[in-house]
Design a protein around this ligand. Structure first.
Ligand SMILES: [Zn+2]
Length: 323
């Protein structure tokens, strides 16, 4: 295992979104599809091994909402007499540590799970949470993607279809409001952004927004073009998140420091807009992908945003694809 892998795992848990980036970073260049596939298969094991070792850190917010950090994407948990509500499921290997952590929060059984989108590092734990008693809700495109095998082109990787127990049974297309544990949960679909299945979950009374992978706090985001994501959608989603929050809102990103706020979200939106403008200009001048990466359109942002596994080069590629 390289130092980069260890750092990625120890800092944030591991995330499938980052596999391509790790592959590129670890080999200092692009791999052939066959090499990338072999590497990626190893990285799936690394993700599982990483999650198996990473401790779960609990961040108590307010209104009986907490964040669990350390198993793929950031997980939110709402406790109460209707049973625990999970927003995202993390990686299956974290099961004993997640159970230990949430049992310390309350004695309520686990009854509800909402997926912010279909990706492995947010839905791998669906089956065990369902076995604990959770009904799974998600956008209809998450249902669609979890029913069958998926290919994610930017890391040249095929994911097998998960077991049926992992597939959401309650789906919606645009918006859905739930009343659970005395809280109002508003589920809202974004136009295609990180994928075509992203939703936000707002805890109205506690004034908390879980933005899923439309928001990566302090790090360049992955964009999954294979299932409908694109950079313009990411910018639109960031605008929607800004419109949905105030200075007192707690914002939970899919990845990155889990307790965030509107001012950090605004900085993220500004970074996306600036890099999109620079990459667009280069592509419209006729520059190839390699020439665009060589021009370093992300340079002024790299010290702040380029320190995780989505490297400046990969993020430039992800933006270039969408121009
Ligand atoms: Zn994702």
């Amino acid at each position: 295992m390289s130092t980069l892998h260890q750092r990625a795992i120890s800092r944030r848990g591991f995330c499938l979104c980052c596999m391509a980036a790790t592959t590129v970073a670890a080999t200092k260049g692009w791999l052939s599809p066959r090499e990338a596939y072999a590497e990626a298969r190893n990285i799936v094991d690394l993700i599982r091994d990483g999650a198996a070792k990473t401790p779960i850190t609990v961040h108590k917010l307010r209104g009986n909402v907490s964040i669990l950090e350390g198993s793929g994407g950031n997980i939110a948990v709402l406790t109460g007499q209707d049973g625990k509500v999970f927003i995202d499921a993390g990686i299956t290997a974290s099961r004993p540590r997640i159970l230990e952590a949430v049992n310390l929060l309350s004695n309520d059984p686990i009854r509800h799970l909402i997926n912010t989108h279909w990706h492995f590092d947010h839905a791998d734990g669906n089956a065990w949470l369902n076995a604990e008693g959770a009904a799974i809700r998600a956008h209809e495109n998450t249902h669609k993607h979890l029913l069958v095998a998926q290919r994610v082109e930017d890391w040249d990787f095929n994911l097998p279809a998960p077991p049926l127990a992992a597939v959401p049974t309650e789906v919606f297309s645009s918006e859905k409001t739930l009343k659970l544990n005395g809280a109002t949960l508003a589920l809202k679909h974004y136009d295609p952004a990180h994928t075509d299945s992203d939703i936000s979950v707002t805890f109205a009374e506690a004034d908390i927004l879980h933005a899923g992978d439309t928001y990566w706090n302090g790090i360049y985001p992955f964009i999954d073009y294979s299932t409908g994501g694109n950079i313009r959608g990411m910018i639109k989603a960031a605008e929607a998140n800004l419109a949905a929050t105030t200075d007192t809102t707690i914002v939970i990103p899919g990845h990155g420091n889990p307790v965030s706020k509107r001012s950090e979200l605004a900085a993220y939106r500004d970074m996306l807009v600036d890099i999109h403008e620079k990459v667009s200009k280069l592509k419209l001048q006729g520059r190839s992908l390699d020439e665009t990466i060589a021009a370093k359109p992300t340079a002024t942002h790299d010290a702040k945003w380029g320190q995780f596994v989505i490297t400046p080069a990969l993020f430039t590629k992800l933006v270039y694809e969408g121009v």
